[in-house]
Design a protein around this ligand. Structure first.
Ligand code: GDP
Ligand code: IMO
Ligand code: MG
Length: 422
């Protein structure tokens, strides 16, 4: 298999970074194609934990090329900070990291607008990561955004940035929010842009040339299927296509060049931010938070927790064309005598095997649970599928069967070595 897309099958934070890192062994190029610094992908290498926001998780393996594709919204200041963080850790991304000249940029005023719009929404807020994602994609769709390639022409870039600041400040004022300082914005952005010049490239061409040279590509999805702007629980979603199609438009690699799609799901469900989550359950939340787990990698927020929701993952399998399922965090359920799976929703007399689009209907949906006996044994030191407790294996296979796909990876801890392949 040469080209693989990896996507989140739930509401983000499924453990994509960890699985990407594991799979990078079989890839030459790792590509981010959507989202921005709203992502927080945790990778543990040896004793060091890295949290990557914009740079593909493949950067942690020395021979891997990394691409930030045209579909990503790039915060230049954040990207420079991330590069500096890697340099401090002894990893030099120069020559291995390439940023698409067609990728749009996120500026401090996008973050200010993100905050102002959330404040205006009051109790209807989305609970965004405040990384300026919605406003930056808004500018892109509105055809007033600035692309990474523009930093190669400093005079034009400076003029366009001024226009952007003016426009954003007019909006901030209209929203009753504080405008950004034009001077400070210009200085910080231009300083970062200068540093990023050597990284800007025509990544579309680069990827096609690499493919012609038989290089293997791994697409690192950000967020998750139910945060997709079209297929998620709108409006409680992010502003990009987080599903497999988004990896194609966000990189310029067509669907006919994709060989497999890996969907990552936790053995339970989590969500950060507002919006529906039918299988949310306080017992699961107390268990995981009690273990010091399930706090956001980008914002530190406590993640909402619940049982595995087969309705959503089943839909994720369909919309992404998931051929291989990776189930992470098996070890999170190790102590439970009974593990539940939401196999369908029920609202009144109606049963749903897929998620209803209308959020009012979804709000009325109650989970229909199937119970599985727990394994009540630690799994974190197990490295082979056959050595997992029988009930854990039965649970894993049931998740794949209920969602209509094949189980290929089972993860029993955050480290690279704690990954079981089937
Ligand atoms: P991503 O956004 O999908 O890359 O996921 P995050 O990094 O935001 O969140 C996943 C969290 O779970 C991180 O803290 C990972 O280190 C951790 N993790 C991933 N897989 C496992 C696993 O199998 N077991 C345990 N205990 N932690 C895991
Ligand atoms: P990774 O890649 C989990 C959520 C936010 C909010 C909604 C919109 O680490 O899985 P945004 O800032 O994108 O406008 O916020 O989407 N969200 C994520 N939740 N993991 C992520 O990324 C997320 N990126 C955005 O919490 O509910
Ligand atoms: Mg995350």
């Amino acid at each position: 298999m040469s080209n693989t897309i990896l996507v989140g099958a739930q509401w983000g934070d499924e453990g994509k970074g960890k699985i990407i890192d594991f799979m990078t062994e079989q890839a030459d190029i790792v590509v981010r194609a959507q989202g921005g610094a709203n992502a927080g992908h945790t990778v543990i290498v040896g004793k060091t934990q890295y949290i990557l926001h914009l740079i593909p998780s493949g950067i942690l393996r020395k021979r891997t090329t990394c691409v930030i594709g045209n579909g990503v919204v790039v915060d230049p200041i954040g990207l420079v900070e991330e590069i500096d963080g890697l340099l401090k850790a002894g990893i030099n991304p120069k020559g291995r990291l390439h940023v698409s000249d067609a990728a749009h940029m996120v500026f401090p005023y996008h973050k200010a607008l993100d905050a102002a719009r959330e404040a205006l929404k009051g109790k209807n807020k989305i609970g965004t990561t405040m990384r300026g994602i919605g406003p930056a994609y808004g500018d892109k769709i509105d055809r007033v955004g600035l692309r990474m390639g523009s930093i190669l022409n400093p005079k034009r870039f400076s003029e366009q940035l001024d226009l952007g600041i003016k426009r954003a400040n007019a909006m901030l004022k209209a929203l009753g929010a504080k405008p950004v300082s034009a001077k400070a914005t210009r200085e910080s952005v231009i300083k970062a842009a200068r540093r990023l010049k050597p990284y800007v490239a025509n990544t579309f061409q680069m990827l096609h040339e690499a493919s012609a040279a038989k290089k293997r590509m791994l697409f690192e999805g950000a967020q998750g299927t139910f945060l997709d702007i079209d297929h998620g629980t709108y409006p409680y979603v992010t502003s990009s296509n987080t599903t497999s199609g988004g990896m194609c438009t966000g990189s310029g690699i067509p669907p006919t060049m994709i060989d497999r799609v890996v969907g990552v799901a936790k053995a339970y469900t989590t969500r950060v931010g507002e919006g529906p989550m039918p299988s949310e359950d306080i017992v699961v939340g107390d268990l995981l938070h009690g273990m010091g787990r399930e706090y956001g990698a980008t914002t530190g927020r406590e993640r909402r927790c619940g049982w595995f929701d087969a309705v959503t993952v089943r839909q994720a399998v369909m919309v992404n064309g998931i051929t291989d399922l990776a189930v992470t965090n098996f070890d999170g359920l190790d102590t439970l005598p009974e593990v539940k799976v939401c196999v369908a929703y029920r609202a009144g007399s109606k049963r749903f095997d897929l998620q209803p689009t209308d959020l009012d209907v979804l709000a009325k949906c109650k989970p229909v649970y199937e119970s599985f006996p727990g394994w009540q044994k630690p799994t974190d030191k197990i490295r082979n599928w056959k050595d997992l407790p029988l009930n854990a294996r039965r649970y894993g296979q049931a998740l794949a069967k209920l969602t209509g796909t094949k189980l290929r990876f089972a993860s029993v801890g955050p480290a690279r070595s704690q990954t079981i392949t089937l």
